[in-house]
Design a binder for this molecule. Structure first.
Ligand SMILES: N[C@@H](CCC(=O)N[C@@H](CS)C(=O)NCC(=O)O)C(=O)O
Length: 264
């Protein structure tokens, strides 16, 4: 008798390279995934650099990938494919990679660490990635920037004055806490993927609001955040990656430079 039950999840061969599905031409949210893979020296392919890469992204976004019977279709990139697993949502991908790539403490020794690190990553993404995006697109993601310029100015002015210092102060507080441990890292005295996320967020915000970030750095109230930024940039594998062609330039993604939004 034919079974109507979908085939059980096969144990996938996890020794295959990771495959990142993300828009070519912008660092975007895909960058958080790249930094984790690069720091770990993991083998991966990336639609930013594969022939037909954009078509693969579009196929997922437009729902044209055949149903594999295992994975719910993803809504938006970044998407990570690993063996028969297909997952989306940046922090969710990082949660998966964090364990596999040694970017969270060993679960045997610190079983709750992954939830703490996830919270830090989610907070950085909330305040230093999603909110900056909404500074240039405060009304609707589907409208052009030019159609929401006045609102973007109001939003950016408030962001720079209130929200940006608030989130930097929060991370300064985390870095001053006992849970951060020794060294420049957010948790447990060792680098985790939350540090990589914060690095990328600070880098993007520096690109988008250079005047405000220079002033905040000079002000000295967030010295530990800027030290963490420097410490990540100096990690040998990250340093080599940042100097490579794989590190794409900011353009029309989450972090955009508009002179009129660069409030001091
Ligand atoms: N919360 C999701 C957001 C995903 C997202 O908005 N992806 C963007 C690119 S960074 C996209 O292509 N979105 C298509 C859409 O929203 O229609 C995540 O963190 O991965």
């Amino acid at each position: 008798m034919a079974s109507e039950v979908p085939p059980k999840r096969q144990k996938s061969a996890k020794d295959v390279p990771y495959h990142l599905i993300y828009w070519p031409g912008i660092p975007g949210r895909g960058e958080h995934v790249r930094l984790a893979l690069e720091e770990a020296g993991a083998e991966y392919t990336d639609t930013a650099f594969t022939d037909g890469g954009v078509d693969e992204v579009l196929a997922y976004v437009q729902g044209k990938i055949p149903d594999d019977g295992l994975n719910p279709p993803p809504c938006a990139p970044p998407i990570l494919k690993h063996g028969d697993l297909v997952i989306s949502q940046t922090p969710n991908i990082l949660l998966y990679l964090g364990n596999r790539l040694g970017l969270v403490p060993d679960a045997d020794q610190d079983p709750d660490a992954m939830y703490k690190i996830n919270a830090l990553a989610l907070t950085a993404l909330d305040g230093l990635s999603n909110e900056p995006h909404d500074c240039h697109h405060p009304i609707a993601s589907g409208l052009y920037y030019e159609d929401q310029k006045e609102e973007a100015k109001r939003r950016s002015e408030d962001y720079v004055k209130n929200r940006l210092p608030k989130f930097l102060s929060y991370f300064e507080r985390v870095l001053e806490s006992k849970a951060s441990g020794d060294g420049p890292w957010l948790y447990g005295g060792a680098l985790t993927y939350a540090d990589l996320v914060l690095f990328q967020c600070v880098d993007g915000v520096k690109f988008m609001f250079p005047k405000a970030m220079a002033k905040l750095e000079r002000g000295g109230k967030h010295a530990k955040v800027f030290q963490l930024y420097q410490a990540v940039a100096e990690r040998p594998k990250i340093k080599a990656y940042l100097q490579s062609d794989r590190r794409q330039k900011y353009s029309n993604g989450i972090y955009r430079y508009y002179e009129e939004l660069d409030f001091a």
